[in-house]
Design a binder for this molecule. Structure first.
Ligand SMILES: O=C(O)COP(=O)(O)O
Ligand SMILES: [Mg+2]
Length: 228
C-alpha cells in the first residue's frame, strides 16, 4: 500500500516544464492524498529554504529532499553531501559562460546554473573532478559525489521506517532517475524526458501538474498496478 508520495517540483507540480507557476490541480491532488492519510514529500533540485517554505504552506508531512539529494528534512535537517568549494563554482561559471540561478546564495552543496543546457565538455569537466552533474531542464546542477536524489530519498525513507513498496514518486526530468531508484512505483508526467519515461511504471497522458492530478485520481481509485 502506498503510504508516501514523493513529488518533484519544477516541471512536475508546475503548469509546464518551463514554468514556475504551481498548477492548481496539483495542489488539489496533494489535498486529496492528505485526506486519505497518504503523506506527500518534496524531492527537488531546489534549495532547502525555498522547499521548506513551500512544505509549510502546502501543509505537507512526508519530508523534504533538497539540492538533488544533498539536504534532507524530516523533523530535523540533515546535510548528506560535502559542501561546495566556491572556487569550483567560479571556475565552472567562467569556463562555460554560465550564470548563477537566484537560489545559489541559499545553497550549501548543489549549485544551479543557466542556461540549462548540458554539454559534453561540461560532463567531462565534472567527471575529472568527480562531481555530480545533471540538468533539470531549469538549471545545470553540480555537487560533490555522492549526490543525486537517490542519496536523499534513501535517508528520508529510513527516517520514516518505510520500504520502497510503500512509496510512489512522480517526476519530469533525468534528475528524477535517481529518485525512481528508491521507490516502488514510478510515474513520469506526459511531457517528461524520454529517459525518465523509459523507466516509469506509468506515464500520465497530461503534462506536469495536470499529470500529477491524473496520477493521484487513478491511485486513489485503485486503478494503478501498485502493491495493495
Ligand atoms: O532546481 C532545479 O533546477 C529543478 O528542480 P526539480 O528537481 O524540482 O525539477
Ligand atoms: Mg523537475
Amino acid at each position: 500500500m502506498i503510504k508516501l508520495v514523493l513529488m518533484d517540483l519544477d516541471g512536475t507540480l508546475t503548469e509546464d516544464r518551463d514554468s514556475t507557476r504551481i498548477d492548481l490541480d496539483a495542489i488539489y491532488a496533494i489535498r486529496l492524498l492528505k485526506e486519505k492519510g497518504i503523506k506527500v514529500g518534496l524531492v527537488s533540485g531546489n534549495s532547502y529554504p525555498i522547499l521548506r517554505g513551500l512544505y509549510t504552506y502546502l501543509y505537507l508531512d512526508g519530508g523534504i529532499v533538497a539540492e538533488n539529494g544533498c539536504i534532507v528534512f524530516y523533523k530535523e535537517k540533515y546535510r548528506l553531501c560535502k559542501q561546495m568549494d566556491k572556487n569550483l563554482v567560479i571556475e565552472f561559471k567562467s569556463l562555460f559562460k554560465l550564470r548563477d540561478t537566484w537560489q545559489n546564495e541559499y545553497r550549501e552543496c548543489d549549485f544551479g546554473f543557466v542556461p540549462a543546457k548540458l554539454t559534453d565538455e561540461m560532463i567531462n569537466w565534472a567527471k575529472e573532478k568527480n562531481l555530480y552533474i545533471k540538468s533539470s531542464g531549469y538549471a545545470v546542477h553540480i555537487a560533490y559525489n555522492p549526490a543525486g536524489k537517490s542519496v536523499g530519498v534513501e535517508k528520508l525513507l529510513q527516517l520514516q521506517g518505510l520500504k520502497k513498496e510503500d512509496v510512489a514518486a512522480i517526476g519530469d526530468s533525468s534528475t528524477d532517475i535517481e529518485l525512481f531508484q528508491q521507490v516502488g512505483f514510478k510515474v513520469a508526467v506526459g511531457n517528461a524526458d524520454d529517459e525518465l519515461k523509459d523507466i516509469a511504471d506509468y506515464i500520465t497522458s497530461n503534462k506536469s501538474g495536470k499529470g500529477v492530478r491524473e496520477f493521484v485520481d487513478k491511485l486513489l481509485k485503485g486503478e494503478l498496478d501498485v502493491i495493495k
